[in-house]
Ligand binder design. Structure first.
Ligand SMILES: Cc1cc2nc3c(=O)[nH]c(=O)nc-3n(C[C@H](O)[C@H](O)[C@H](O)COP(=O)(O)OP(=O)(O)OC[C@H]3O[C@@H](n4cnc5c(N)ncnc54)[C@H](O)[C@@H]3O)c2cc1C
Length: 412
């Protein structure tokens, strides 16, 4: 059975039948039903749109800004350029990845954000298969364990394949960015500070009030608290984004001169809270992932509670504290690392996670997407971006079809 493009993710089921909210409509209700039934194994199920898009003068294709070039922003951007839109992506980071970033230290690489991704939804499965074909993702066959008592590691088998970007987690977003083609562009190192609606178009502002351009439509693909800042001119979406808290995570990157005597390559750490052992949530031998440089590289993630309580601490102190916790959790004696760094993620994961897909304001041609809007994780972020693009395109087409052919230039 063909599924509606954005109804199928198991984690998005069970939401309310009608999410109309003060003039805003949650995205899964936006496109007309007939748009939803055209599912095919391409980037997005857009076969329906193609005949309509040919009516549009390419020189007058809509310009759409995407703020945030993580997996959600980039999946939205790819879906939009596929349909003929001109897309400009702004990202404040120096390079691609967002929370799927990879950090280099000497000859080593560390995935200090997302560790791996799994695919539950068939649309995301297809995307992952394409990334594997393109050589930017690969299954990670590391041995996975779990610790609930210090020093006791139990096997934690899973039937689900864990994928990683190769040669680093950021390879997937880099690949999406490079596949935008001539209609898309990504500008790194540009922070968007405000989006203002001026005569029906979106004017973006950057640092020092820089004018970043004016666009027909806007997709904001940032962690919810950061999205709220940019959405200041759209009260309904602003309030919804503001209501979604996100949890922090301290991430420590440590390398060693020799292999540590730990058999597992990835370990969930689930110590009882209140015991003083609940500092960590996950540790992984990053160097066990495919196509990583040789060496012994580990990533240690602080638990949400510990990370929150220690969020303003000095990174060096945090790195040392979590390293001690790591040795205790896996039951080995302390070793001096060759390199030790820490990264503070202020907005690592959404809690509680919403599962609406994305937020869409059809009057203002504004969407907000990201993992926080769609069940969390890399998969949720990817599908949320696709959904935001689908909402935007379908609304633009609806407007175009309402106009007489002679005056049809898109989108108004
Ligand atoms: C430590 C950690 C571990 C994780 N582990 C996993 C895991 O194992 N598996 C999994 O599936 N998921 C994991 N996740 C979650 C996963 O990384 C996210 O769900 C996903 O990457 C979110 O993608 P996104 O595009 O929604 O947001 P992001 O990746 O955060 O992208 C947002 C982008 O916006 C940019 N930006 C922010 N503000 C501005 C601004 N004002 N102007 C311009 N650009 C801006 C940022 O630079 C960033 O690139 C983890 C996350 C963290 C932090």
């Amino acid at each position: 059975m063909l599924r509606a493009p954005y109804q199928s993710a198991p984690q998005t089921s069970g939401s309310r039948p009608d999410n109309r909210f003060g003039g805003l409509t949650f995205a899964r209700l936006c496109p007309r039903r007939d748009f939803l039934l055209h599912s095919e194994p391409t980037r997005v199920s857009f076969t329906f749109y193609t005949p309509n898009m040919t009516l549009i003068d390419p020189a007058r294709a809509p310009s759409i800004a995407v703020v945030g070039g993580g997996i959600a922003g980039m999946s939205a951007a790819c879906a939009l350029v596929d349909q003929g839109a001109r897309v400009l992506v702004f990202d404040k980071g120096r390079g691609p990845g967002g929370r799927t970033s990879t950090r280099r230290r000497d000859d080593l690489r560390f995935d200090h954000g997302a560790q791996y991704f799994t695919a539950r939804d068939e649309r995301f499965e297809r995307a992952v298969a394409r990334w594997v074909d393109a050589g930017v993702a690969s299954p990670w066959r590391g041995r996975i364990g779990q610790v609930t008592n210090p020093g006791v590691i139990e096997e934690k088998p899973s039937a689900r394949v864990r994928y990683v970007g190769v040669p680093g987690m950021n390879a997937v977003v880099r690949h999406l960015a490079s596949s935008l083609g001539s209609r898309g562009e990504v500008r790194f190192g540009v922070r968007v500070t405000a989006a203002v609606l001026v005569e029906g178009r979106w004017l973006l502002k950057g640092d020092r009030n820089a004018d970043l351009g004016t666009f027909d439509a806007l997709i904001v693909a940032l962690p919810a608290p950061q999205a709220a800042v940019v959405l200041n001119d759209a009260p309904g979406l602003f309030e919804q984004a503001l209501a979604i808290p996100m949890l922090p995570c301290w991430s420590v990157m440590a390398s060693f001169d020799r292999r540590l005597p730990v058999e597992s390559d990835g370990i969930f750490v689930n110590m009882e809270s209140g015991t003083g052992d609940a500092q960590l949530s996950w540790v992984a031998r990053d160097s066990s992932k495919p196509q990583r440089p040789p060496g012994e590289a580990w990533v240690l993630h602080g638990s949400p509670g510990w990370s929150e309580a220690n969020i303003e601490r000095d990174p060096r102190e945090v790195a040392e504290a979590l390293l001690v916790a790591f040795f205790r959790a896996v039951g080995i004696s302390a070793e001096t690392p060759s390199t030790l760094d820490a990264h503070r993620w202020r907005f690592a994961n959404a809690e509680p996670r919403t599962s609406e897909g994305c937020l869409f304001d059809r009057q203002r041609l504004l969407a907000a997407c990201g993992d926080w809007a769609n069940g969390g994780r890399v998969e949720g972020a990817y599908l949320s971006g696709v959904q935001a693009a689908e909402c935007m395109i379908s609304e633009m087409l609806r407007r175009a079809q309402e106009q007489p052919t002679s005056s049809r230039p898109w989108p108004r």
